[in-house]
Design a protein around this ligand. Sequence first.
Ligand code: MRU
Length: 397
Amino acid sequence: MSSLQAIRYRRGELLVLDQLRLPHEHHYDPVSTSEEAFDCIRSMRVRGAPAIAIVAALAHAVELHSGAHLSSAATTPDGTVAYIDSRLDYLYESRPTAVDLGNAITNLKNVVRDVDVQGQEAGAASSKIVEAYIAAAEEIFRKDTDTNKSIGAHGAAWLLANAPAKSAEGKVAVLTHCNTGSLATSGHGTALGIIRSLHQAGQLAHAFCTETRPYNQGSRLTAFELVFEKIPSTLITDSMAGALFNTRRERDHIAAVIVGADRVVRNGDTANKIGTYALSVLARHHGVKFIVAAPTTSIDLRTETGAGIKIEERKPEELTQISGAVVGKDGKVDTSRTERVAIADQTIGVWNPAFDVTPAELIDAVVTEKGVVTKGADGKFDFRDIMPERWADVVGQ
Ligand SMILES: CSC[C@@H](O)[C@@H](O)C(=O)COP(=O)(O)O
């Protein structure tokens, strides 16, 4: 395998890497309908805010390419737009917290409404709308990697200029949480993209990654990506972050916690994987920078504060059971055999929120593809300058 790819696409065919089988197996599932995409997203075979949006958008593109709209009697322009809307509305329900999916859906709905079909025969007009949808979905996929590379460059430059600690060679160490790399995006990654960019520039001393309980995106996915990219790295459990900062911050030149985002709202409050908030409190206490890496597609200007974010709650089994490859008596991992085991009393009550909200107050910088946003003299984030059109559209002048 030459590079990690969560999503493989060519017109008419979408293949999605089953992340539940990682790191032991690399299996791609064909996804060719909205129902298959919904299931793939809900069951977290694909996850990560940008990747969820891309899979939903492309799955419907494949569905349209196969002519699914024709069998749904959507052969008039209005019927075609209504059909596309209904499939996108259905996909929107797959996971609630990440805003990228909602933003992609709004964008795609606008695209199909903007197609000029004046004076055209119904069939030709319908095809033109379908073609515009497919091209727009492909563009979301194509643009994502460029966006992430830009986030990587902006974030690395900002951190090197603002790091509270650096090695004698000017390098920094960082801690990241969850998975925000190639597996959560179309490539390069957001928070992991900054780490990748620092490493490529020879300015990364070390990357620490948390296990990210309960779903273990850190140990299953980020650790896998770091090893794959040969980035010097260490895995810790979520509960070790405080001790890491307390005992090794100076020795290891730990300059920042860098995380991704599922939704950054207008005042900068940020929903991200459960455990992010605790890391932001620890970072502030220890004088470590706290950086959110997020494409502008993860920014939700409609929601004013974190109190308005819907937090997904997931099933108890994610805490009380775990699956993994079998380790033989000789200590060797048998990747052909995976097992699910119980790790808690199966009747205990469970609270399993998938995300938490970090208040803007504890965030030092939001790194987007358009640049780095920090707080103004009033202590507030202002996204007006990096997304003026969306701001005017949503918030007004
Ligand atoms: C670039 S991915 C950013 C976030 O989506 C990521 O940090 C995260 O919280 C993912 O959660 P997940 O539940 O695995 O979809």
